[in-house]
Design a protein around this ligand. Sequence first.
Ligand SMILES: [Zn+2]
Length: 377
Amino acid sequence: MSAKDFLQKLSEAHGVSGYEHAIRDLVIEEFRPYADEIHITPMGSVIALKRGARDRAKTPAPKVLIEGHMDEIGLMVTEIDHGYLRFTQVGGFDVRVLLAQEVIVHGKRPLRGIIGARPPHLLTPAERDKVIPMRDLWIDVGLPEARVRELVQVGDAITLARSMVSLKSDFVAGKAFDDRCAIVCLAEALRHLTTMKHTWDVYAVANVQEEAGAWFGGAFTSTYTINPDMALALDVSHADQPNTSEVNAVPLGSGMGIATGPNIHPLVHQKLVQVAKASEIPHKITAYAGPTGTDAWAIQVVREGIPTGLIDIPLRYMHTSVETLCVTDLERIGRLLALVCSSLDDEFLKQLRGETNAAPPKTRRVTRRQPKNPKRK
Ligand SMILES: [Zn+2]
């Protein structure tokens, strides 16, 4: 499937953190032709293994993990109030854009609904100037209270109903691109790898539960299971847009960010940049002085520590229903991932393990605390 078609399929499907089963089926269907094995972790992450070509009797294959998260931010029913649904959020929605959205309530059967609030005519001038807090919004599915109570219960998940829109310049807009666009990059990488030689085993992982609070349950557990020698996380980052002065902004259509900072292993960063330069794949270096607020943060501290890199996928309007990206960027990232995986050799493994005379990476201490100002979740 083309990158754009797969992105549309993933974006228009529904799977809030902890309820990713529908997405998981789509990911497995897309990964299966390229993978030697597919495994689902008890938490629900998908691990696709593509074995490297090497004499396993002599040495076991080193492992590289490439990953993104497949869950999405969403809402959850907290109360049935005279047939209207009150709700809270799973992950950090942009509350400013919730009013007037179409939603799907995942009750006994999916129910279409809309998010309503009191009309402007009934508000005081002061109320009109403010963002409507979530407690003053409700979901209306159009059914009488008794019927709502039969079909919906507290704790049911709610997702936005939104079709992907094609803009000019290969740009598209839709929901849940964070971080399903990374899954598209993984599929692209697996497809490229079928025509490339690689000696390391490649584990492409679609992780669960990144958005539900900063605990990265999917990334921690699948990385522990795989125990990779190196990992590459993919997550969205703020692209260029008006009225922002984000230093790490990568313009849409100009490739990707290759992250550096204490969350990133210097040799892994170097490897990504070297391969990107050698293959003339456009990129920008992005610098994070602390934890990156992505799965890379979790992966880096699994077991004794995993040498980890991070690719920033440029995205506008994060955590809204119109997240916008450039499909060409995803294709470039997929290609870079494949090229990096196929470039990995025994010499690089020795470097990662500090077994060569090459300059060792600088020692850094990693602290695991909440970022003061997380860039993303
Ligand atoms: Zn997010």
